[in-house]
Design a binder for this molecule. Sequence first.
Ligand code: TZP
Ligand code: MG
Length: 222
Amino acid sequence: MARIASEAMREQLEVYFIMGSVNCAKPPAEILAEAIAGGITLFQFREKGSGALVGEQKYELAKQLQHICQEHGIPFIVNDDVELALALDADGVHIGQEDGDARIVREKIGDKILGVSAHNLQEALAAVAAGADYIGVGPIYPTKSKEDAKKAQGPGIIRLLRRHGIAIPLVAIGGITAGNVGEVIAAGADGVSVISAIASAPSPAVAARQLAQAVHLSKKGA
Ligand code: TZP
Ligand code: MG
Protein backbone atom coordinates (compact mmCIF):
# COMPACT_ATOMS: atom_id res chain seq x y z
CA MET A 1 0.00 0.00 0.00
CA ALA A 2 1.30 3.46 -0.88
CA ARG A 3 0.75 6.73 0.97
CA ILE A 4 -2.54 8.41 0.15
CA ALA A 5 -2.32 10.90 -2.73
CA SER A 6 -2.86 14.45 -1.62
CA GLU A 7 -5.84 15.08 -3.94
CA ALA A 8 -7.62 12.00 -2.55
CA MET A 9 -6.84 13.21 0.97
CA ARG A 10 -8.33 16.64 0.22
CA GLU A 11 -11.60 14.99 -0.88
CA GLN A 12 -11.72 12.72 2.16
CA LEU A 13 -11.31 15.70 4.46
CA GLU A 14 -14.40 17.48 3.15
CA VAL A 15 -16.75 16.38 5.93
CA TYR A 16 -14.63 14.78 8.64
CA PHE A 17 -16.75 13.55 11.53
CA ILE A 18 -15.04 12.98 14.88
CA MET A 19 -16.59 11.39 17.96
CA GLY A 20 -16.46 9.00 20.86
CA SER A 21 -19.04 7.76 23.33
CA VAL A 22 -18.89 10.91 25.50
CA ASN A 23 -20.11 13.02 22.56
CA CYS A 24 -23.18 10.89 21.96
CA ALA A 25 -26.61 11.15 23.62
CA LYS A 26 -27.74 8.00 21.79
CA PRO A 27 -25.76 4.92 20.71
CA PRO A 28 -22.59 5.96 18.82
CA ALA A 29 -23.25 3.32 16.16
CA GLU A 30 -26.61 4.94 15.35
CA ILE A 31 -25.10 8.40 15.12
CA LEU A 32 -22.28 7.17 12.90
CA ALA A 33 -24.66 5.33 10.58
CA GLU A 34 -26.83 8.44 10.25
CA ALA A 35 -23.79 10.66 9.66
CA ILE A 36 -22.62 8.32 6.90
CA ALA A 37 -26.09 8.39 5.32
CA GLY A 38 -25.85 12.19 5.33
CA GLY A 39 -22.54 12.18 3.46
CA ILE A 40 -19.54 12.33 5.79
CA THR A 41 -16.29 11.53 4.01
CA LEU A 42 -13.99 10.48 6.87
CA PHE A 43 -14.43 9.34 10.47
CA GLN A 44 -12.20 9.64 13.54
CA PHE A 45 -12.76 7.59 16.68
CA ARG A 46 -11.86 9.93 19.55
CA GLU A 47 -12.61 8.21 22.86
CA LYS A 48 -11.50 10.96 25.18
CA GLY A 49 -12.62 13.21 28.05
CA SER A 50 -14.31 12.48 31.37
CA GLY A 51 -16.29 9.26 31.25
CA ALA A 52 -14.46 7.92 28.21
CA LEU A 53 -14.30 4.15 27.80
CA VAL A 54 -11.00 2.38 28.34
CA GLY A 55 -9.57 -1.09 27.80
CA GLU A 56 -11.81 -3.77 26.39
CA GLN A 57 -14.87 -1.50 26.17
CA LYS A 58 -12.96 1.09 24.17
CA TYR A 59 -11.64 -1.63 21.87
CA GLU A 60 -15.09 -3.12 21.32
CA LEU A 61 -16.67 0.25 20.48
CA ALA A 62 -13.81 1.04 18.10
CA LYS A 63 -14.30 -2.30 16.35
CA GLN A 64 -18.04 -1.76 16.02
CA LEU A 65 -17.61 1.73 14.55
CA GLN A 66 -14.80 0.59 12.26
CA HIS A 67 -17.07 -2.15 10.92
CA ILE A 68 -19.78 0.41 10.08
CA CYS A 69 -17.19 2.57 8.29
CA GLN A 70 -15.90 -0.44 6.34
CA GLU A 71 -19.40 -1.35 5.18
CA HIS A 72 -19.74 2.11 3.66
CA GLY A 73 -16.22 2.74 2.38
CA ILE A 74 -15.48 5.49 4.89
CA PRO A 75 -11.87 5.55 6.11
CA PHE A 76 -11.54 4.98 9.89
CA ILE A 77 -8.97 7.06 11.77
CA VAL A 78 -8.01 6.56 15.44
CA ASN A 79 -7.22 9.54 17.67
CA ASP A 80 -4.01 9.34 19.74
CA ASP A 81 -3.88 5.60 20.24
CA VAL A 82 -1.33 4.18 17.79
CA GLU A 83 -1.46 0.73 19.37
CA LEU A 84 -5.24 0.58 18.91
CA ALA A 85 -4.93 1.74 15.30
CA LEU A 86 -2.41 -1.02 14.61
CA ALA A 87 -4.42 -3.68 16.48
CA LEU A 88 -7.50 -2.84 14.40
CA ASP A 89 -5.58 -2.25 11.18
CA ALA A 90 -7.29 1.15 11.01
CA ASP A 91 -6.83 3.41 8.01
CA GLY A 92 -4.90 6.00 9.98
CA VAL A 93 -4.01 7.85 13.15
CA HIS A 94 -4.48 11.44 14.27
CA ILE A 95 -2.15 12.92 16.88
CA GLY A 96 -1.91 16.23 18.69
CA GLN A 97 1.19 18.12 19.75
CA GLU A 98 1.22 16.34 23.13
CA ASP A 99 0.98 12.84 21.70
CA GLY A 100 4.61 12.22 20.91
CA ASP A 101 6.87 12.63 17.93
CA ALA A 102 5.02 12.51 14.61
CA ARG A 103 8.12 11.01 12.92
CA ILE A 104 8.03 8.04 15.27
CA VAL A 105 4.30 7.59 14.69
CA ARG A 106 4.95 7.69 10.93
CA GLU A 107 7.57 4.95 11.32
CA LYS A 108 5.17 2.81 13.35
CA ILE A 109 2.19 3.13 11.00
CA GLY A 110 3.94 2.86 7.63
CA ASP A 111 1.72 4.16 4.84
CA LYS A 112 -1.44 4.58 6.91
CA ILE A 113 -2.95 8.08 6.99
CA LEU A 114 -1.22 10.37 9.48
CA GLY A 115 -3.02 13.50 10.67
CA VAL A 116 -1.36 16.01 13.01
CA SER A 117 -2.94 18.94 14.88
CA ALA A 118 -1.10 22.25 14.53
CA HIS A 119 -1.79 25.68 15.99
CA ASN A 120 0.89 27.78 14.34
CA LEU A 121 3.33 27.87 11.42
CA GLN A 122 6.17 26.21 13.30
CA GLU A 123 4.03 23.22 14.27
CA ALA A 124 2.64 22.98 10.73
CA LEU A 125 6.13 22.99 9.18
CA ALA A 126 7.22 20.28 11.63
CA ALA A 127 4.16 18.18 10.77
CA VAL A 128 4.95 18.42 7.06
CA ALA A 129 8.58 17.44 7.71
CA ALA A 130 7.48 14.47 9.83
CA GLY A 131 5.38 13.11 6.99
CA ALA A 132 1.83 14.13 7.91
CA ASP A 133 -0.78 13.44 5.23
CA TYR A 134 -2.95 16.25 6.54
CA ILE A 135 -2.94 18.90 9.24
CA GLY A 136 -5.88 19.70 11.53
CA VAL A 137 -5.99 23.40 12.39
CA GLY A 138 -7.96 24.78 15.29
CA PRO A 139 -9.85 25.63 17.29
CA ILE A 140 -10.99 28.08 14.64
CA TYR A 141 -14.11 29.07 16.61
CA PRO A 142 -14.90 28.52 20.31
CA THR A 143 -15.69 24.89 21.12
CA LYS A 144 -17.25 23.04 24.04
CA SER A 145 -16.11 19.63 22.82
CA LYS A 146 -12.45 19.75 23.90
CA GLU A 147 -11.65 20.15 27.59
CA ASP A 148 -8.14 21.57 27.05
CA ALA A 149 -8.83 23.56 23.89
CA LYS A 150 -6.59 26.52 23.13
CA LYS A 151 -8.01 29.95 22.29
CA ALA A 152 -9.99 30.17 19.07
CA GLN A 153 -7.89 31.76 16.31
CA GLY A 154 -10.45 32.43 13.58
CA PRO A 155 -10.04 31.42 9.91
CA GLY A 156 -7.04 33.78 9.58
CA ILE A 157 -4.72 31.04 10.88
CA ILE A 158 -5.55 28.91 7.82
CA ARG A 159 -4.88 31.84 5.51
CA LEU A 160 -1.57 32.44 7.30
CA LEU A 161 -0.45 28.82 6.90
CA ARG A 162 -1.31 28.85 3.18
CA ARG A 163 0.46 32.18 2.67
CA HIS A 164 3.58 30.72 4.25
CA GLY A 165 3.67 27.77 1.90
CA ILE A 166 1.84 25.01 3.78
CA ALA A 167 0.42 23.22 0.74
CA ILE A 168 -0.56 19.81 2.15
CA PRO A 169 -4.23 19.01 2.88
CA LEU A 170 -5.64 21.10 5.74
CA VAL A 171 -8.83 20.57 7.71
CA ALA A 172 -10.38 23.19 10.00
CA ILE A 173 -11.70 22.22 13.43
CA GLY A 174 -13.47 23.81 16.38
CA GLY A 175 -16.95 25.30 16.45
CA ILE A 176 -17.61 24.60 12.78
CA THR A 177 -21.23 24.70 11.61
CA ALA A 178 -22.85 24.84 8.17
CA GLY A 179 -23.05 28.60 8.74
CA ASN A 180 -19.30 29.22 8.97
CA VAL A 181 -17.99 26.57 6.54
CA GLY A 182 -17.74 29.20 3.79
CA GLU A 183 -15.21 31.27 5.74
CA VAL A 184 -12.83 28.41 6.45
CA ILE A 185 -12.94 27.02 2.91
CA ALA A 186 -12.37 30.53 1.51
CA ALA A 187 -9.37 30.80 3.84
CA GLY A 188 -7.82 27.70 2.25
CA ALA A 189 -9.10 24.66 4.16
CA ASP A 190 -9.86 21.51 2.17
CA GLY A 191 -12.61 20.49 4.53
CA VAL A 192 -14.11 20.75 7.99
CA SER A 193 -13.99 18.45 10.99
CA VAL A 194 -16.80 18.54 13.49
CA ILE A 195 -17.93 16.84 16.63
CA SER A 196 -21.02 18.56 18.00
CA ALA A 197 -22.44 19.88 14.71
CA ILE A 198 -23.22 16.25 13.83
CA ALA A 199 -23.11 14.28 17.11
CA SER A 200 -25.43 16.68 18.96
CA ALA A 201 -27.74 17.43 16.04
CA PRO A 202 -31.39 16.33 16.26
CA SER A 203 -30.70 14.57 12.95
CA PRO A 204 -27.04 13.69 12.32
CA ALA A 205 -27.95 12.81 8.72
CA VAL A 206 -29.46 16.21 8.01
CA ALA A 207 -26.55 17.95 9.75
CA ALA A 208 -23.97 16.00 7.73
CA ARG A 209 -25.84 16.75 4.49
CA GLN A 210 -25.93 20.47 5.26
CA LEU A 211 -22.19 20.49 5.98
CA ALA A 212 -21.45 18.57 2.77
CA GLN A 213 -23.56 20.97 0.73
CA ALA A 214 -21.88 23.97 2.33
CA VAL A 215 -18.41 22.55 1.59
CA HIS A 216 -19.29 21.78 -2.03
CA LEU A 217 -20.83 25.21 -2.61
CA SER A 218 -17.86 26.95 -1.00
CA LYS A 219 -15.33 24.95 -3.03
CA LYS A 220 -17.16 25.85 -6.26
CA GLY A 221 -17.06 29.48 -5.32
CA ALA A 222 -13.40 29.36 -4.32
N1 TZP B 1 -9.59 19.96 18.51
C1 TZP B 1 -9.66 21.28 18.40
S1 TZP B 1 -11.23 21.84 18.65
C2 TZP B 1 -11.83 20.27 18.89
C3 TZP B 1 -10.79 19.37 18.78
C4 TZP B 1 -10.89 17.92 18.93
C5 TZP B 1 -13.26 19.98 19.20
C6 TZP B 1 -14.18 20.23 18.04
O1 TZP B 1 -15.51 19.96 18.40
P1 TZP B 1 -16.74 20.84 17.90
O2 TZP B 1 -17.92 20.33 18.68
O3 TZP B 1 -16.90 20.57 16.43
O4 TZP B 1 -16.42 22.27 18.21
MG1 MG C 1 -4.33 13.91 21.00
